[in-house]
Design a binder for this molecule. Structure first.
Ligand code: F6P
Length: 307
């Protein structure tokens, strides 16, 4: 997110536009005096390599209600804001759509490690989260192989299994249990036992949080074949850390594209990465589709590799 804010500020200033940032997003916007600050190149210097967002973020429930949306629109008009760029997932983007309907020019940028937002190949933060997972699982594999252990690793993603399946591919995990495809734990247990009899007694099982908890899977394996497994719940670790090169560049592209789109008079749209290009999609259409499915290519690759 910092890479995106930096790009927005730099691109806007070059175009002689003034930029303000709302602290904690909609939360700051809805404060009585609205918590905001003028952003200069100085405000965004040294933030590119930092995870999270220097403006901070909050889940603001009031933006779901008409009252909150009207207050936000009023505050934006009062401040003389000509365009609002919203970086976030489903909730944040719905707020942008509501404000667009109230006459505020808005532009959405998809940011969610879940990678569940449609009309973009990659949401901001996904690649960094994947790299975090890979680092953790690589470390775990050293213990798994040295101590002959099976690990069940729980990834985030809400109801989307993207992080689990993509990290399983990237880490060489034995299995990925995701909400999108059925799995047969009895079969997995049989395979674990067979592997054990062949002398391969360490395995990594990735489980998406939307499927089950790592503990539930570990308990079921123990009940079924008596194997003691260890679990690792990656939790919020996945969402932090220095962004990957891919995310920094994607963030810069999203930020510049958002400024350009607002300047061109666009509103109520989301910028997405589509086959390498920046594409605009009406937010209405984004919500009509709902959730982005995992690419069939990815699922097929996992199947072919026996994951
Ligand atoms: O949507 C992003 C996400 O990190 C999900 O993967 C996860 O389920 C959820 O947010 C965690 O939310 P919170 O930070 O509010 O606990």
């Amino acid at each position: 997110m910092n890479a995106t804010i930096r790009a927005v500020v730099r691109a806007a200033l070059v175009a002689n536009l003034e930029v303000i940032g709302f602290q904690k997003g909609y939360h700051g916007l809805l404060m009585p005096e609205s918590h905001h600050e003028t952003l200069t190149t100085r405000s965004v210097s040294g933030i590119l390599q930092r995870g999270g967002t220097f403006l901070q973020s909050a889940r603001e429930k009031r933006m779901v209600e008409k009252e909150g949306q009207l207050l936000a629109a009023g505050n934006l008009k009062g401040l003389g804001v000509d365009g609002l760029i919203v970086i976030g997932g489903d909730g944040s983007l719905r707020g942008a759509e509501a404000l667009h309907r109230l006459g505020i020019r808005t532009m959405g940028i998809p940011a969610s490690i879940d990678n569940d937002i449609p009309f973009t190949d990659m949401s901001l933060g996904v690649d960094t989260a994947l790299n975090n997972i890979i680092y953790a699982v690589d470390c775990l594999k050293d213990t798994a192989s040295s101590h002959d252990r099976t690990f069940v690793v729980e990834t985030m993603g809400r109801n989307c299994g993207y992080l689990a399946v993509a990290s399983a591919l990237a880490c060489g995990a034995e299995y990925a249990l995701i909400p999108e495809t059925p799995y047969d734990l009895a079969e997995i247990c049989r395979n674990l036992r067979r592997r054990f009899s062949e002398g391969r007694d360490n395995s990594i099982i990735m489980v998406a949080e939307g499927t089950a908890s790592a503990q539930q899977i570990a308990d079921r394996i123990k009940d079924s074949i008596g194997f003691e497994t260890r679990i690792m719940v990656l939790g919020h670790y996945q969402r932090g850390g220095s962004p990957s090169a891919f995310d920094r560049i994607l963030g810069a592209r999203y930020g510049v594209a958002a400024v350009e789109a607002l300047q061109a008079g666009e509103s109520g749209k989301m910028i997405g990465l589509s086959c390498g290009e920046m594409k605009l999609t009406p937010l209405e259409k984004v919500f009509a589709v709902g959730r982005r499915p995992i690419e069939e290519m990815m699922l097929k690759l996992a199947r072919t590799l026996g994951i």
